[in-house]
Design a protein around this ligand. Structure first.
Ligand code: FAD
Length: 586
């Protein structure tokens, strides 16, 4: 997209940037200078959850760290998941007890210590449809599930008769079940969680820079000694020197591997998963739902005033940045969920659709590269580590493994990982603020429910968010076309959370793109103007941002009426990119 010189100082008040891990315009310029002038212990490629987790792990071990992300934080898979912190019931059936235990431990850590403001318990109904064997079989599995992760802050399983299950989930057909079991997992807004981990890494001194694409690797003799990066906003390039480079690029792992010129130890393939979002009142229920499908499971997950329903699982060999959902994907989800709903969902009920790519390990060649069936980490050549696979829930464990693997290239003693003791920004003080929500609401003239919503998005950083509206109380008004969000949240996204384009604010800092049937188009102009106050946009730039975003939404809608991946991909990639990226295959 059109190049832009970094704007001067933002209008919003600042506290020390390191204090809150602020990712604003001044920090962006400062970090560019740091990238070009310092020698880092570790450079992390990729700002998905694994990359930001790795940057946080390394920074809190006392290492000098830089993370570079080509697009936006969480713009790849990490904003497009089912948003569950879970052990994975189906892994229990596959007898992967170690994996389930590890994931459940992570779920508990997130809920209680690391991110209680962002990660919340969520209940699911497991409907039973077979008499005699199914209840004891499922109960035994859930008993393990409830106890394997150690202390659990969520309630254990509860058995329900058919009448009880229907009271919990009145939207189900009576004939769809003979009884049920309720169990608990946890959920989070994945994009906000990833961004918060990234800000926490910045708080501990890491350079965290988006719109900064790796376009090549530096070499000294036979070892990788850094990366070449290009600023996707203004085309500047620089070289970043490092003792170790960690490739955390998910489905782009092989692409970066090729760019480095070294032979990979494992390969990553992409599997597409689609979700639809429907209004809360279209499914009358007090809990989520898990359904078995021929291949895997389908979830109905409560999401504020909506339900998220998904997912699919099909191979994807087309554009990695913009996986497209087809009509076939959406029909698959509707067909499966409608087998149990008394009033079927239709295409007209759909508010939003999103597709993501699972980075799955393929063709592992060396058992030493394999730390678990779930993820693989390997020192692919001196100075270069790659990590991939796994799942969102276990990002912290993956990050620690990646930094351990980089240890061979670091000078000095590598401290052990301590991120199990590092709360994310906003966690500290969160519980007290929940108790004080009414006072906070009165002080700022907001409804208490609004303050609780803000606390679940920002935790104790809520003070910083609300301070942006000091002297401009209009910012505490909701966006008229997306009233779940306050205008100040958009300004804050640009001033503190690293949002550089309209799509960053509409699809990741907020979820307007999937929560409103207009998918963000009706508030695009207002949101661009609010961002433009911080980012120094003139009318032409605002218009261009709106045009690019609107074209993206139209391309997504068009792809969703196509029957197959090729046709859907052709529609989706016809839309212009918000960022000016370099194509490694050209
Ligand atoms: C449909 C679906 C549902 C899922 N549900 C769950 C769930 O409920 N729970 C769970 O635990 N897991 C779930 N997962 C898995 C989980 O989402 C992923 O494992 C995780 O998000 C992967 O994170 P990542 O950091 O490896 O990759 P990504 O988030 O894709 O990050 C890679 C980043 O690298 C960047 N990059 C690429 N090339 C370059 C370059 N040249 N220079 C700089 N940066 C570059 C990309 O822009 C991208 O941001 C789900 C996955 C899918 C697809």
């Amino acid at each position: 997209m059109a190049t832009r010189k970094p704007a001067a100082a933002p209008e919003t008040p600042t506290r020390g940037s390191a204090e809150t891990g602020r990712l604003g315009v001044p920090e962006r310029e400062r970090d560019w200078q740091r990238l070009g002038s310092e020698t880092f212990d570790v450079v992390v490629i990729g700002g998905g959850v694994v990359g930001v987790g790795t940057a946080l792990d390394a920074a809190t071990r006392g290492l000098r760290v830089a993370l570079v992300e080509a697009r936006d934080l969480a713009s790849g898979t990490s904003s497009r998941s089912s948003k569950l912190f879970h052990g994975g019931l189906r892994y229990l059936e596959q007898l992967e007890f170690g994996l389930v235990r590890e994931a459940l431990r992570e779920r508990e850590l997130m809920l209680t210590r690391i991110a209680p403001h962002l990660v919340k318990p969520v209940s699911f109904l497991y409907p039973l449809s077979h008499r005699v064997w199914e209840r004891p079989y499922t109960a035994a599995g859930l008993l393990m599930y409830d106890t394997m992760g150690g202390a659990s802050s969520v309630p254990g399983q509860k058995h329900l008769t058919r009448a009880g299950a229907l009271r919990m989930f009145p939207a189900l057909k009576r004939s769809a079940l003979i009884g049920g079991i309720r169990y608990y997992d946890a959920q989070a807004d994945d994009a906000r969680h990833t961004m918060t981990v990234g800000r926490t890494a910045a708080h501990y001194g890491a350079v965290v820079r988006t719109s900064t694409q790796v376009t090549g690797f530096l070499r000294e003799a036979d070892r990788i000694s850094g990366v070449r990066v290009r600023d996707a906003e203004d085309g500047r390039e620089t070289e970043v020197k490092a003792n170790a480079v960690i490739n955390c690029t998910g489905v782009w792992t092989d692409e970066l591997q090729r760019l480095s010129g070294s032979r990979g130890r494992f390969r990553v393939r992409a599997s597409k998963g689609v979700h639809i979002v429907v209004p809360r009142d279209r499914i009358v229920a007090e809990s989520g739902l898990i359904l078995r499908t021929e291949k895997s499971v389908l979830f109905v997950i409560p999401w504020r005033n909506h339900w998220i329903v998904g997912t699919t699982d099909t191979d994807w060999n087309l554009d990695l940045a913009h996986p497209a959902a087809t009509k076939g994907d959406i029909d698959y989800i509707l067909d499966h969920v409608n087998t149990v709903l008394a009033t079927p969902l239709t295409h007209d009920d759909i508010e939003g659709v999103y597709a993501g790519l699972r980075p799955l390990l393929a063709g592992e060649s060396e058992s030493t590269s394999k730390l678990s069936r779930e993820h693989a980490v390997a020192r692919v050549s001196p100075g270069l580590v790659a990590i991939a696979g796994g799942k969102y829930t276990t990002y912290r464990v993956m990050a620690a493994d990646a930094v351990d693997a980089a240890g061979a290239d670091l000078t000095g003693r590598l401290q052990p990982s301590i991120t199990d003791k590092v709360p994310l920004l906003g966690a500290d003080g969160y519980y007290a603020l929940v108790n004080q929500a009414d006072q906070l609401a009165t002080r700022h003239g907001l409804h208490p429910y609004r303050v609780r919503h803000l606390l679940d998005r920002y935790g104790s950083l809520v003070h910083e968010v609300l301070a942006v509206a000091d002297g401009d109380p209009d910012l505490l008004r909701p966006l008229p076309a997306a009233p779940d969000y306050l205008q100040v949240e958009i300004v804050y996204a640009a001033s503190h959370e690293g949002a550089l384009h309209l799509e960053d604010a509409l699809t990741r800092r907020t979820r307007i793109s999937i929560e409103y049937p207009h998918r963000g188009v009706d508030c695009a102009d207002q949101v661009a103007r609010l961002m433009g106050r911080v980012l120094g946009w003139d009318d032409a730039r605002v218009a261009r941002e709106v045009e690019v975003y609107t074209a993206r939404v139209q391309a997504e809608r068009d792809s969703q009426s196509e029957p197959n991946d090729q046709a859907a991909d052709a529609k989706r990639i016809s839309a212009p990119e918000a960022r000016d990226l370099w194509d490694p295959v050209s």
